[in-house]
Design a protein around this ligand. Sequence first.
Ligand SMILES: Cc1ncc(COP(=O)(O)O)c(C=O)c1O
Length: 220
Amino acid sequence: MAYTDKTRGMYSDILTGMKDAGLFKQERYIHSAQAADIIVEFPEGAELKKVINICANNYLGLSSHPEVVKAAHAGLDSHGYGMSSVRFICGTQDIHKKLEKMVTEFLGTEDTILFPSCMDANAGVFEAVLTKDDVMISDRLVHASIIDGIRLCSAMHDTFKHSDMGHLEEKLQLHNDKRQKMVITDGVFSMDGDTAKLDQMAELCEKYDAMLFCDESHSS
Ligand SMILES: Cc1ncc(COP(=O)(O)O)c(C=O)c1O
């Protein structure tokens, strides 16, 4: 990327402002596999230290589980590394379909589609099923990636107070004229760890003929 000294100066001032405000985030380098105990280098060049990792999503230690590592090696041997294309063109393999079938059976759903991350799933789901004639009604504490996905969708967006079923019902009544209504929530909320009132939300969705979207990142 080409840029002038003026542009460089502008970004340099922004970075200085972030550092002065204590908002600049420096990465920690992990020198071991992800686990409950990890070896980190922080800041860059410092002596390596063993620390307890309580900020990863690796609750069950699966990312370095011997069976998972063995299966990953077997996948590399049989199918190579990377897809060389998106799924939409020619990036779907037999093992994707096999895993989707297994996930469908495990969850008892009609079907499954895999995404590389939940961030990707949340970016793709709303615009795929909703149009400008629809409305998305989300809990005010849903994950940031859901808010990003909502921004990519042409449907109208409204919110209800966190876990407030009375307020959700008001919003369902308010938007009852829309072609489709989608109620959006986390199953377990990522910041506070509390659980959505899914039974009550499902009842309200049936009453007002709405769809219910649940991000199960921290629950399934
Ligand atoms: C509720 C929720 N949704 C989505 C994500 C993003 O998930 P991923 O890291 O798979 O992109 C997170 C991340 O922790 C999350 O907490």
